[in-house]
Ligand binder design. Structure first.
Ligand code: F6P
Length: 322
């Protein structure tokens, strides 16, 4: 192996830069050339390759976002697009690839493997934590801290006005951000796509809570099947007209910001191990950290995120918020 490529793809996440830095510096330590591909799979198709040096990744470990930019490529979903991407990789003599991204990135890698013979490894970079094969994806910890910080502020005003707040957090298919941040802020309830949301049950729960509680916070994952926070709040308001209700959608602030120490360390470890995994002949696997140890999970298993949620944590949240 003489030259590897690294790229970021899908939604950006804090800690991706730490991971890129680790990939570049580890590769150079092992006398490999490193090319960065801009804008994920799109850049692979459009030939956006740049040479990376140790200095190219200086002063980025603390920055959110990704210096390599990112995209959700429509063209890569077509065989034609994937063929163009492969042509460019061959043109640049790439003989190993590190992809940093989430679910969609590894689905893309699985499809690509049908025509691409270049070894491919993945680093879990997504705020959603919806991948099997790592305790924490890169960016999840920072996003949780952003949510907790924002909801603490909402709690202050909710408490002053005796209000019920619905706070919508990210998670199109997964409620892991809602669950962990919900525990962290002492939310009264969380609504997530993995469990069925019953508005009547929710209303009952809100009414039966401690009587002198002045504020209530419901964390809603954006992918909840009952609708977004506005839709759910409207339905609850019909049943509980006396409640002073407000809705806040946290949106993309959850994806930005300086990565937490944990995301920097996790991103560095995973990026470092990804290069060493390629050199050891591994391919088609996502690098993760489980119980502090580096692990390798085939892409096909990594994307089965529905097995991820721990029902015991939901039960605990409900008991603790009484
Ligand atoms: O990064 C993952 C994610 O945050 C999802 O939770 C969310 O649904 C999605 O990205 C939204 O991303 P975008 O606005 O970039 O399409």
């Amino acid at each position: 192996m003489k030259k590897i490529a690294v790229f970021t793809s899908g939604g950006d996440s804090p800690g991706m830069n730490a991971c890129i830095r680790a990939v570049v510096r580890t590769a150079i330590f092992h006398k490999l050339e490193v090319t960065g591909i801009m804008h994920g799979y799109d850049g692979m198709i459009k030939n956006e390759f740049i040479l990376l040096h140790p200095k190219s990744v200086a002063n980025i470990i603390q920055r959110g976002g990704t210096i390599l930019k990112t995209a959700r490529s429509k063209e890569f979903l077509t065989l034609e697009g994937r063929k163009k991407a492969l042509e460019n990789l061959k043109k640049h003599d790439v003989d190993g690839i590190v992809a940093i991204g989430g679910d969609g990135t590894f689905r893309g890698a699985l499809e690509f493997a049908k025509i691409c013979d270049i070894p491919f490894v993945g680093c879990p970079g997504t705020i959603d934590n919806d991948l099997i094969g790592t305790d924490f994806t890169i960016g999840y910890d920072t996003a949780i801290n952003t949510v907790v910080d924002a909801v603490d502020k909402i709690r202050d005003t909710a408490e002053s006005h005796d209000r019920l707040f619905f706070v919508e957090v990210m998670g199109r298919d997964a409620g892991l951000i809602a669950l962990r941040s919900g525990i962290g802020v002492g939310a009264e309830c969380i609504l997530i796509p993995e469990t069925v949301t019953d508005i009547d049950e929710l209303t009952k729960r809100l009414k039966s809570g401690r009587k002198n509680k002045s504020s209530k916070i419901i964390i809603v994952a954006e992918g909840d099947e009952a609708g977004g926070a506005f839709t759910i709040a409207e339905q609850v308001k019909k049943r509980l007209p006396d409640y002073d209700t407000r809705v806040t959608i946290l949106g993309h602030i959850q994806r930005g910001g300086n990565p937490s120490a944990m995301d920097r360390v996790n991103g560095s470890r995973i990026g470092f191990s990804a290069v060493e995994a390629l050199l050891a002949g591994k391919q088609g696997v996502m690098i993760g950290v489980i119980n502090k140890k580096i692990t390798y999970t085939p892409f096909a298993n990594a994307i089965k995120h529905t097995q991820r949620l721990d029902p015991e944590l939901i039960r605990m949240l409900e008991i603790l918020s009484l």
